[in-house]
Design a binder for this molecule. Sequence first.
Ligand code: AMP
Ligand code: TRP
Length: 328
Amino acid sequence: MNKKRVFSGIQPSGGIHIGNYLGAIKNWVDFQKDYDNIFCVVDLHTITVRQDPKILKEKIRETAGLLLACGIDVEKSVLFAQSYISAHSELAWILNCFTPMGWLEKMTQFKEKAAGGRERASVGLFDYPVLMAADILLYDTDVVPVGEDQVQHVELARDVAKRFNSLYEKDIFKIPEVKIKKETARVMGLSNSEKKMSKSDAGENNAINLLDTPDVISKKIMAAATDSENKILFDINRPAIYNLLVIYESFSGLTKGEIESKFVDGKYADFKKDLAELVAEKLKPIREKYKEISESGEIEKVLKQGADKARPMAEAKLKEVKEVIGLG
Ligand code: AMP
Ligand code: TRP
């Protein structure tokens, strides 16, 4: 029986953090055994806001290297960078012509990201979900594992696919399903638990980067916001401590009950110390593996080989799309 296809992407911007890891990457690693997987470093999405060319180039390799270090295995998964396959841009253009502006106007992430004002935001930033739809639809994707912030974009991809299929009365595109891991679909910031942990905060105390050293991890966690209750309980109405507990739960594998009993008489400072040790211990092998991979000089080769595997699939789908439209 054919395995179902998973596709997901990550931007090579800023530092990859534990929100990315717990909300997305960890699930991708777990899916590898049961699915046919394609993972993409979405560099074309990253240029929707201004990037330094040298840093972008480094980040593409760093992101790919971190995915490998987290356990993406190129024997089981295809890993490549989006800009290596021009079919992504080409299908995005075609889908642009089938996507009403009104659908994009509803995207909440554009509203957040264009905080400097929509007049100044790039057209690419507005159009970002259509490129994401192209990524997904090129590969007959069944399942798209993402964090909660991307659910609306996957829904848009579904709508675009359905619209296209119905216009041409042919099942050109598979309709993808979104998959989120409920507990960690939205890991919040450490200093501001009202804001999701995000790449733009990676240099600050709000996010723990996968490459942070134990000292930095400890500093960030000890400085994390809590509340004045000093009770270590999973209470969703106390978002700061709840978020720290969710991080503890995901890294430790313990149940909520076990964690609450463990810290029943504990103070926040004791819990934070334990959490910092746990996170540092879990990230240590990733950091070590990353060092090994980045020093091996193999990342470029992995990305090229991945693109060579993905390209024929993408080109076949693009050809099908062009034929049905009457292009070429
Ligand atoms: P990005 O950082 O936007 O490239 O996101 C890569 C993946 O990580 C996407 O699936 C996001 O939904 C997910 N993600 C990003 N930030 C978080 C977060 N704070 N909590 C959970 N998942 C996240
Ligand atoms: N937009 C996603 C993010 O910022 C990344 C992404 C691009 C993606 N293309 C995708 C995720 C396709 C899933 C499927 O997180």
